[in-house]
Design a binder for this molecule. Structure first.
Ligand SMILES: Nc1ncnc2c1ncn2[C@@H]1O[C@H](COP(=O)(O)OP(=O)(O)OP(=O)(O)O)[C@@H](O)[C@H]1O
Ligand SMILES: [Mg+2]
Length: 439
């Protein structure tokens, strides 16, 4: 201590290895200096035990009687230096500097590994459209926090995919992600399933059981279709979110749980609140970080990226090496469709096409009739010819985009890649007729 403390190192001293282990669990040390012969545990055992709780710690061993063999063994286990007792101040300083720099290297390595892993895990999530990139940026931002996230979006937009990504990118990734499909569990069972129960709490409760909250301890709980939770249970859920404590059914003593909650719904929860079907206070508690996943029809060429992704996957899965890819006419049909079932619908369409395709390429003929009919009827296609003025062409395009968006100007503007203000201005220029057809 006389040597190290004046140099600004924070030093904690222990006389027993198990006390050191407990402390390391609380606050991992950068470097551990340990004796070789100690009560209850030798230096090597302590190194192994500490490394398990604190993987980035580096070690110096001080020893009165370690043999050369011991020293070699210790170094093999990653001990930076083995010094004879008592070490001289100079050699202690030098070894400590080495151990510290190795610790920093180890920590940096692990940060890089984590980042790499995060990257790999996000790589199964396909999409580069501005609307989807916005979602991904939010995901990266909220993942490291413990904030409650509410995912909204039409069916098949990828709510579960995004919930997975948030968990995988979070510090909780090594702990469980527990998924609860709230709509699929009968209301009477849901409470016991979420919070657990003790034996005899109700007929059929033959033994104690923990619930999903306890199962997700240290990890993430995904409440899918949270809008379907009955009102009485919403009250209890709110209390759990506020206090961080659950109560097993039939048990008086509350239990603390450390769980991050991600909720999802295809409903407009604000509507549900207005209609009195969803508690307003719970809505605000869940709504801390809302992420709205845009429908596929607003993600531009993500349709093509996703189609190619699913195609590659299905070709492999169905062993269709004879298939080269998606023909341009097939892509045109895919682009023209509105995808009410979103990514899931696209996934099914491609899976079916790979099954049906004769060989060579997937063509429009391999796609479902409803898609082809829509594309053929000019659904989504407009006629722009070289003898039009740019202004005329623009007008045709803007009115078609409005029609496609069902008159929703915000959506039409997003589709066209212009601001709503610009859209309004252009519509005003086209005059009353344009305005009317926009309604
Ligand atoms: N961005 C994406 N990249 C790759 N696959 C995706 C993407 N989004 C969705 N998928 C795939 O589409 C399917 C539907 O996604 P998911 O189940 O996450 O949708 P959802 O919004 O939860 O739908 P629902 O409301 O019906 O529960 C899944 O098979 C999923 O793997
Ligand atoms: Mg889902």
């Amino acid at each position: 201590a006389a040597v190290l403390e004046p140099e600004g190192h924070e030093l904690r001293t222990f006389t027993r290895p198990d006390a050191a282990l407990d402390a390391a669990r609380e606050e991992p040390p950068a470097v551990t200096i340990t004796d070789f012969a100690m009560p209850g545990m030798n230096g090597l055992e302590l190194v192994e035990a500490l490394r398990a709780v604190s993987p980035d710690t580096t070690f110096l061993v001080v020893s009165g009687q370690a043999t050369v063999e011991d020293a070699v063994e210790l170094m093999k286990h990653g001990v930076v230096d083995v010094m004879v007792k008592p070490p001289r101040a100079r050699s202690l300083r030098r070894s400590l500097a080495l151990a510290l720099s190795q610790h920093e290297l180890a920590a940096e390595n692990r940060r890089l590994r984590d980042a790499l892993r995060a990257h790999r895990r996000l790589s199964g999530v396909i999409g580069t459209s501005p609307a989807f990139e916005k979602v991904l940026r939010l995901v990266e931002k909220v993942a490291p926090t413990d904030s409650t996230v509410l995912l909204t979006g039409e069916t098949g937009t990828g709510k579960e995919v995004i919930a997975d990504a948030i968990h995988e990118l979070s510090p909780r990734a090594e702990r469980p992600l527990v998924k609860v499909h709230c709509a699929a569990i009968p209301a009477t069972l849901l409470e016991a399933q979420l919070f657990g129960h003790v034996r005899g709490a109700f007929t059929g409760a033959v033994r104690d059981r923990h619930g999903f909250f306890e199962e997700a301890s240290g990890g993430t709980l995904f409440l899918d279709e949270v809008g379907e939770i009955p009102l009485e249970l919403q009250t209890k859920l709110l209390r759990v979110l506020q206090t961080g404590e659950i109560q097993r059914l039939g048990e008086a003593q509350p239990r603390r749980v450390d769980v991050r909650v991600i909720a999802a719904t295809h409903r407009d929860l604000e509507d549900e609140v207005r209609e009195g079907r969803f508690r307003e206070d719970l809505f605000y508690r869940l709504h801390v970080i809302p992420i709205e996943i845009p429908p596929l029809r607003r993600r531009g060429d993500d349709v093509v990226l996703l189609a190619r992704h699913f195609f590659a996957r299905e070709r492999e899965r169905q062993r269709r090496d004879d298939l080269r890819g998606l023909a341009p006419d097939a892509l045109d049909v895919l682009r023209a469709w509105d995808w009410p079932g979103n990514v899931r619908e696209l996934e099914n369409v491609i899976e079916r096409a790979v099954t049906l395709a004769e060989g060579g390429e997937i063509t429009a003929a391999d796609l479902p009739e409803r898609l082809r009919a829509a594309a053929a009827s000019g659904h989504g296609a407009v006629e722009i010819t070289p003898d039009m003025t740019l202004r005329e062409a623009e007008r045709v395009l803007i009115l078609a985009a409005l029609e496609r968006a069902g008159g929703n100007r915000k959506e039409a503007a997003a589709r066209l890649g212009i601001s709503q203000a610009t859209l309004y201005r252009k519509l005003a220029q086209y005059g009353a007729a344009g305005e009317r057809s926009a309604e």
